[in-house]
Design a protein. Structure first.
Lengths: 510, 113
């Protein structure tokens, strides 16, 4: 077939081995390069070993790819304890030949160099371990320790180059860890030998908050997210939170659900919010944001839908008490478990900590509605850009799950609520603004719908009151072409003839 | 640390001429380097340890599982099991001087005072 020979062979995308680590597979577009070594480097305590361990454990458990962990730093006992601290007991996996652990002890004091040598001993050990369980994955943590025991760096370098090439011919997907060095990514320049994929981990403190960051520096033959992504380590392992959005491919639901306030439903095309949409309620202090959030959550519980309430300002008890004062009784729903309140100070953990915890809880509890009250408090633990990225991610995540999410946001300047600090309104489908209008020596609460995508909604600014019986929107009273609020309304009601009409202007959005 | 604690007031002594040496030479196949290591070791033993040593040669290509026990990563490696403490001589033993020092058959250079 002479004709086919002239045509270049189709380019195959780089095959990948999924790590099974939340978020990491997303950034790398499916995992680490299959059958090739990947360099994971960073300073002490940056999470290299944990990432490597999870890569092996997930490989053994989820992808039927047995793995070898060759440690140069920790004894087998220490390794086992470290695995166990992540809830990953390596022993059963080792017993089933899904995992092999080996410890290469390099003791500089007992070594004397007497002539030419190579690292065949290491090759043989590794090969023996790989072949004994049919390993597809290998971790070398961290091979640079060899430099502390052997002084002939020229031989060592040549041997390491040979080792990495050998790993490639062996077809195992490997993680080689390296400690960050001065001037280079690793102390002994491993990045010169491993160029297929390089991941840098970082652990730094910003404004007293410890933050972990992961970045894919290089990925030969593959596109990858180049951003720094926050990641988080807790008792269930490591999760990476890509800054990038999940994309806009999620399903949309035509279903509607009540805001919990009949009058407000009326303003939103008589039906309320869209299911799976995101709602922003912004306003300055004391405008009733938490009350509206409470109504929303309570209405969900009434429909026997589970609600998850993240409180970043008040304790659970405080929320229950305060909402009780406007006639919202949350106790029974809490008891039934339909409503769950998770209260935490924003500063108790870093930004990625909150994000990760929220993701995990949503994943675990599968609530139909979620309240984040207030989202603006998270600004205190991250830069505006980070909060924005984090929020975009959370919103996309919930949309994929068709979870309706309501966020409250505290605005400082009442006159410009549109200038929400986080600039998050573009992610929101429905945006309500609450104001405290001060006029003629009194304050009046007003509510208006700034936007509500995909539905007819009222354009009016409505006055509302919070009473023992609950939140009520007041009838719109017009007089001489003006909308009357506060005591003007009262005066008008007693003085003049009122034509109480529900002037729900149905407006189509432009 | 270890060397320091061992060395008390005077520099470390060489091994008494009566001590028994238990040696293990790890190699991988009959490579030129393996053979050189074996020849060099044989010479050292003949000259310094006649009648008071035992040598076991382990080919890791045949018994790879043995690499773990003596923590072998470089080859060839000579392990002195006895007398204690264990010592490891990495390389083909072509540097006789260093080999003898490593086996404590010659005092360490006095440069490290």
């Amino acid at each position: 077939m002479p004709k086919a020979a002239t045509r270049p062979a189709p380019i195959q995308p780089v095959p990948k081995s999924p790590t099974g680590i939340q978020g990491l597979d997303e950034i790398t577009g499916g995992g680490l390069p299959r059958g090739r070594p990947t360099l994971v480097c960073g300073g002490p305590g940056c999470g290299k070993t944990i990432l490597s361990m999870e890569f092996l454990i997930n490989g053994a458990r989820q992808f039927d790819e047995p793995g070898v962990f060759l440690s140069f730093e920790e004894s087998l006992e220490d390794l086992t304890v470290n695995f166990a601290s992540l809830g990953l007991d390596p022993r059963p996996l080792a017993a089933r030949k899904k995992l092999a652990l080996d410890y290469v002890r390099v003791e500089p004091n007992e070594i004397q160099e007497t002539g030419g040598y190579d690292l065949d001993g290491l090759f043989i050990r590794l090969e023996h371990a790989i072949d004994s369980i049919g390993a597809k994955r290998v971790v070398l943590d961290t091979i640079e320790t060899l430099f502390s025991g052997l002084s002939d760096t020229r031989t060592l370098r040549a041997e390491l180059r040979r080792l990495f090439n050998w790993l490639r011919t062996k077809g195992v997907t490997a993680i080689v860890t390296g400690e960050r060095g001065d001037g280079g990514m690793t102390r002994h320049g491993l990045e010169e030998y491993i160029t297929d994929c390089v991941i840098v981990l970082d652990h730094r403190v910003v404004d007293q908050n410890a933050t972990r960051r992961l970045r894919v520096v290089k990925y030969r033959g593959s596109t990858h997210g180049a951003n720094e992504s926050p990641f988080f380590i807790d008792e269930s392992g490591l999760s990476v939170l890509p800054i990038a959005s999940l994309g806009l491919q999620h399903r949309v639901s035509p279903g509607r659900l009540s805001t919990g306030v009949a009058d407000l439903d009326e303003m939103l095309g008589s039906k309320g919010y869209f299911r799976g949409s995101s709602i922003l309620i912004s306003g300055s202090a004391g405008t009733g944001k938490t009350s509206l959030a409470g109504y929303f959550a309570e209405a969900a519980c009434r429909r026997r839908e589970s609600a998850l309430y993240f409180a970043f300002e008040e304790s659970a008890a405080q929320i229950v008490r305060n909402l009780g004062s406007i006639g919202l009784n949350l106790e029974p729903w809490l008891r039934k478990g339909l409503l769950q309140i998770h209260a935490a100070r924003p500063t108790t953990s870093g930004l990625e900590g909150h994000l990760s915890a929220m993701h995990r809880l949503i994943e675990e509890k599968k609530p139909r509605v979620v309240v984040v009250d207030p989202i603006s408090n998270l600004i205190s633990v991250g830069t505006s850009l980070e909060v924005k990225a984090m929020l975009a991610r959370l919103i996309d995540f919930m949309k994929v799950k068709e979870t309706t999410a309501l966020f409250t946001s505290l605005t400082i300047d009442d006159s410009h609520p549109e200038g929400t600090d986080v600039g998050i309104s573009s992610f929101m489908d429905t945006w309500l603004v609450l104001r405290n209008v001060e006029m003629n020596g009194e304050r009046t609460r007003t509510l208006d719908v700034v936007k509500s995508r995909g539905m007819a909604h009222s354009n009016q600014v409505r006055e509302f009151v919070l009473t023992h019986e609950g939140l009520k929107l007041l009838e719109v009273v017009r007089h001489e072409g003006r909308v009357l609020i506060g005591s003007q309304r009262a005066a008008h009601a007693t003085d003049g003839p009122v034509a109480p009409r529900r002037s729900q202007k149905r407006a189509t959005r432009t | 640390m270890k060397a320091k604690s061992r060395r008390t007031s005077k520099p470390r002594k060489t091994r008494a001429p009566s001590e028994f040496f238990d040696l293990r030479l790890y190699i991988a196949g009959q490579t030129a380097r393996s053979l050189a290591a074996l020849a060099n070791l044989q010479r050292i033993c003949d000259e310094h340890l006649e009648g008071r040593y035992r040598l076991e040669v382990i080919d890791l290509l045949e018994r790879p599982q043995l690499a773990r026990g003596d923590q072998i990563f470089a080859l060839p490696t000579l392990v002195r099991k006895l007398p204690v403490p264990i010592r490891k001589l990495v390389g083909d033993l072509s540097d006789t001087e260093r080999a003898l020092v490593g086996l404590d058959l010659r005092p360490r250079a006095a440069s490290r005072s």
